[in-house]
Design a binder for this molecule. Structure first.
Ligand SMILES: *Cc1c(COP(=O)(O)O)cnc(C)c1O
Length: 287
């Protein structure tokens, strides 16, 4: 199996960016693998290694019905030879949506937890019950964010030869930002864009994940909370228009849930003059 790592870095030729005397580069993690795009591969890499070293043959993880992490875990299981179990929040709906149909086609066993049990999914009694039903497994948390995931994402900035000042990524659980910020060199900073409404909890999550990984917080980072467009997976006419203009102008179709919101945020902050002239910005295309 071939992974396109280090992923390509390409400069975006954009008048809107050039007019602000900025440079913008895209880190094309979406091109790493068609079924294991972007940050999902980086987050799984050291988890797969740990699962194998600890002798597990099954991965179990959690997610909502539209989770990219569920999709990626299912694909990783097929590609790397693990059985996979996806524990999905809420009731089963048939026919399966595209994400779950894809996961099932990769061989993932889908099981469903009612919402109140799902909320308690990290508690010992729930995990014990899952072990009773499914036997041994390597547990990946919802969204795949843990110390191994943070270490995988910390490799991203070290792959970039181009000098830069700011690196931007979208945030769901904050694991990707926690890693990227930890991998920065001096005088570089990271900026996350929350894809969720009420994403203020992410600051605490990034700190918690970095502490779990390194015993301390790391890097110069911040999060922008105002580019969620109404909430997770919500969209508006303005966002749709931005996405189609971006496709027309650059030939790249932005992921709607995460990447488009980050990119809109970068353009908006640039035009508000939030970046000093000459700032070199990297936008991570996480999927
Ligand atoms: C999962 C995902 C994210 C969010 O990553 P976190 O580590 O959960 O913050 C961002 N972009 C894309 C495309 C994703 O699939």
């Amino acid at each position: 199996m071939r992974l396109n790592v280090p992923s390509p870095l390409v400069e975006l030729a954009s008048d809107r960016i050039a007019r602000q005397h900025l440079r913008l580069y895209l880190k094309r993690d979406d091109l790493i693998h068609p079924d294991l795009p972007g940050n999902k591969w980086r987050k799984l890499k050291y988890n797969l290694r740990a699962a194998r070293e600890e002798g597990h043959s099954t991965l179990l993880t959690f997610g909502g019905a539209y989770s990219n992490h569920i999709r990626a875990t299912a694909a990783a299981g097929r590609l790397f030879g693990f059985a996979t179990i996806g524990v999905i929040r809420g009731e089963r709906h048939l026919p399966l949506n595209d994400s779950l149909a894809f996961a099932a086609a990769q061989g993932m066993r889908l099981v469903y937890l009612d919402r109140s049990t799902y909320r308690r999914k990290s508690e010992p009694d729930v995990i014990i019950e899952l072990h009773r039903r499914f036997g041994d497994f390597y547990l990946l948390p919802e969204g795949g964010s843990n110390a191994a995931a943070v270490r995988g994402c910390a490799e991203l900035p070290t792959e970039i030869d181009q000098a830069f000042d700011v690196i931007c990524c979208a945030c769901g659980t904050g694991g990707t930002l926690a890693g990227i910020a930890a991998g920065l060199r001096p005088r570089q900073r990271a900026l996350g864009f929350s894809a969720l409404k009420g994403g203020q909890f992410l600051r605490h999550e990034v700190e918690r994940l970095q502490s779990e990984t390194y015993g301390t917080t790391k890097g110069d980072w911040a999060i922008a909370y105002d580019f969620h467009f109404g909430g997770f997976a919500r969209r508006t006419a303005v966002l749709d228009e931005f996405i189609s203009e971006f496709t027309d102008g650059h030939g790249i179709t932005l992921d709607r849930v995460y990447v488009a919101k980050m990119m809109y945020g970068i353009f908006t902050l640039a035009e508000r003059g939030e970046f000093d002239k000459g700032t070199r910005i990297i936008a991570v295309i996480t999927g």
